[in-house]
Design a binder for this molecule. Structure first.
Ligand code: C2E
Ligand code: CA
Ligand code: CA
Length: 569
């Protein structure tokens, strides 16, 4: 009977062990609901069943770390005197990481049976391999998501955005990318170590501000990116506008750190597909903030993204459009206000794509950001010369046509030669060509502009100073360069016949008088009403261009107007 009892007890005990062991393994592999408490609880139950008093595990990433004593020691089970070492095991991973476990019992405790020893061995091994893998994973993660200086990196930020997209929404959050201003000066002034200290303190401050509710990472160098709830924005901007940061606790030496930032407050209708969607908003805004003279904080919006996409589309389609001759010149007549006679026309570019007309303001400013505009202006000159050649060959009346050349063109040293070569290709007399140029901003440009206008003058090609009165009018530019025509911008033309003392009337009167005195032909743009035609007549402006007479016209319609030759006045 006693024997049977004993057997039953042993059976129960075995079942107990298997049950405890299964529980331990379950808690280890259930990644989704992993709970440290559950794991410790399972380990403690096992340790008690083996009459242990203490279990210690150690983890070293490498043998070097072990030698230097740089590892992690865990001791979650400690319930009595650790007099005897019951078991000591060491496991070395393929990467050279070391996991060590030591189990202790109190003096006088009943020793483990052979079977118990085997069971404890299995448990400890399972636990060690778990710890090894787990710790290594953390170490790998630390490496992957942190840079060499221990700052969370871009991958960390991306992972955080990925997590946000799974758990909820971006609405209610603001993302920023920022650059610490003049950090190289800081490094120079207080030394590299001081600089490192400043950056670390800066990072830790903003990290603590954001806390669990967002993430901040170092993108590289002195660039950071962060995301946080909208309500923190004001505080964070105040901090980035300038904060005293102590770099030497002893002397209390400090520097002021400020930043320029691109800011994107995520709107309700934002479509998130990947972390890049957020970065695409804040990165260009940060870049814009860096180069801006006016502001350190640039707010990105969906509109700015659309603009960017539009610009990318224009640049992409441009080559093909040139090849397929999708660009055309529309002609807007220039009219003598006394006689109504058409004395010339301005060629204005139109892009006809898939039957739709794209106005120049939607693509010219984009092409002007690079040298792409060069080819368009030459294309337009070519187009116009071809038309003039046709009119001449057909024996039609020909008037002088003006072509716009972008200010960007001044950087092209062959500009004059190229202009002449195109005109000569069609054997067009120079008197029929006028080049419209706008004012310049820089000293260097001024000299190039002067050379070009003088060069054109010398061979008899007309030049006009376009958009006069807006931008950067300089009287020197008028005085020193041999222009033929002054084109007064429409913003300077009074809208109606008003009191003679009205400021805009006075200004207009003096500008037209000045053009006249300087021997320039004077033309006003944007003439829309009969009153405005009268204003031109009342002042010293001989020529008008504007919707009152005609909008820019396609070739055939312009030819009809030329044939008629004049407007009723
Ligand atoms: P712009 O050289 O000042 O050309 C005059 C603009 O005023 C034209 O706009 C014309 O359609 C418009 N306009 C003419 N009369 C009136 C009027 O009575 N009222 C109003 N409100 N507007 C009037 P458009 O054709 O849209 O051209 C806009 C600008 O695009 C031009 O301004 C010029 O800077 C640029 N552009 C056009 N074609 C070319 C080109 O072939 N090369 C270059 N570089 N720029 C061009
Ligand atoms: Ca123009
Ligand atoms: Ca103009």
């Amino acid at each position: 009977m006693a024997d049977i009892n004993h057997k039953n007890e042993e059976l129960n005990y075995k079942n107990d062990f298997s049950e405890m062991f299964v529980k331990l393994i379950d808690t280890m592999v259930d990644y989704e609901h992993f709970s440290r408490e559950a794991l410790v609880d399972a380990l403690c139950r096992l340790a008690r069943s083996f009459r242990l008093t203490k279990v210690v595990t150690e983890f070293y990433k490498s043998m070097m770390d072990e030698k230097d004593g740089e590892g992690e020691t865990l001791c979650d089970f400690n319930e009595g005197p650790a007099d005897i070492v019951v078991l000591k095991k060491e496991l070395i991973s393929k990467t050279g990481a070391i996991v060590r476990a030591t189990a202790y019992a109190a003096k006088g405790t009943e020793p483990l049976s052979r079977e118990e020893e085997q069971q404890l061995d299995i448990c400890i091994r399972a636990m060690m391999s778990y710890i090894g893998r787990n710790r290594l994973q953390t170490a790998v993660e630390n490496l992957a998501y942190h840079d060499n200086n221990g700052y969370p990196n871009f991958a960390y930020f991306f992972r955080h955005l990925g997590k946000m997209s799974k758990t909820g929404e971006f609405f209610g959050f603001t993302a920023i990318m920022y650059n610490l201003k003049d950090f190289s000066d800081i490094n120079r002034n207080i030394g590299f170590e001081g600089g490192n200290e400043v950056m670390k303190t800066h990072y830790e401050t903003i990290r603590d501000m954001i806390g669990e509710r967002g993430a901040v990472c170092r993108v590289g160098g002195d660039n950071f990116a962060a995301i946080f709830p909208n309500e923190l924005l004001e505080r964070i901007i105040a901090f980035l506008k300038g904060a005293e940061i102590i770099f030497d606790q002893g002397t209390k030496g400090s520097v002021s750190v400020s930043a320029c930032a691109g800011i994107f407050t995520v709107p309700g209708d934002f479509v998130y597909e990947r972390p890049g969607n957020i970065v695409e908003m804040i990165q260009p805004a940060c870049q814009a903030a860096k180069v801006s003279d006016e502001t350190d904080f640039v707010y990105a919006s969906m509109k700015s993204l659309e603009d960017k996409e539009h610009a990318a589309r224009v640049r992409r389609d441009y080559e093909e459009a040139l090849k397929n001759s999708e660009f055309q010149a529309y002609y807007q007549p220039k009219v003598n206000v006394e006689t109504g006679k058409i004395t010339g026309a301005e060629a204005l570019c139109r892009w006809i794509r898939d039957g739709k007309m794209i106005p120049p303001m939607e693509f010219i400013p984009i092409l002007e950001r690079s040298t792409d505009i060069f080819r368009l202006d030459f294309y337009m000159l070519d187009f116009v010369c071809r038309n003039i050649r046709k009119w001449l060959d057909e024996g039609k009346r020909v008037v002088r046509i003006s072509i716009n050349f972008s200010r960007k063109h001044l950087t092209d040293p062959k500009l004059l030669d190229n202009i002449v070569a195109i005109i000569n290709r069609y054997d067009v007399p120079y008197e029929y060509i006028e080049i419209e140029l706008t004012e310049t901003t820089t000293e260097g440009d001024y000299h190039k502009l002067k050379k070009l206008v003088e060069g054109l003058k010398e061979i008899g090609i007309h030049t006009s100073i376009d958009d006069f009165g807006i931008g950067y009018s300089s009287l020197n530019l008028l005085k020193d360069l041999p222009w033929n025509v002054m084109k007064i911008d429409r913003s300077l033309l009074p809208t109606a016949l008003t009191d003679e003392k009205d400021l805009s009337t006075v200004l207009y009167k003096h500008i037209t008088a000045m053009a006249c005195d300087m021997g320039l032909e004077c033309l006003t743009e944007g003439v829309e009403t009969v009153e405005q035609v009268q204003i031109l007549r009342d002042n010293s402006c001989e020529y008008a261009q504007g919707y009152y007479f005609d909008r820019p016209l396609p070739l055939e319609e312009f030819e009809k107007r030329l044939e008629a030759g004049e407007y009723p006045v």
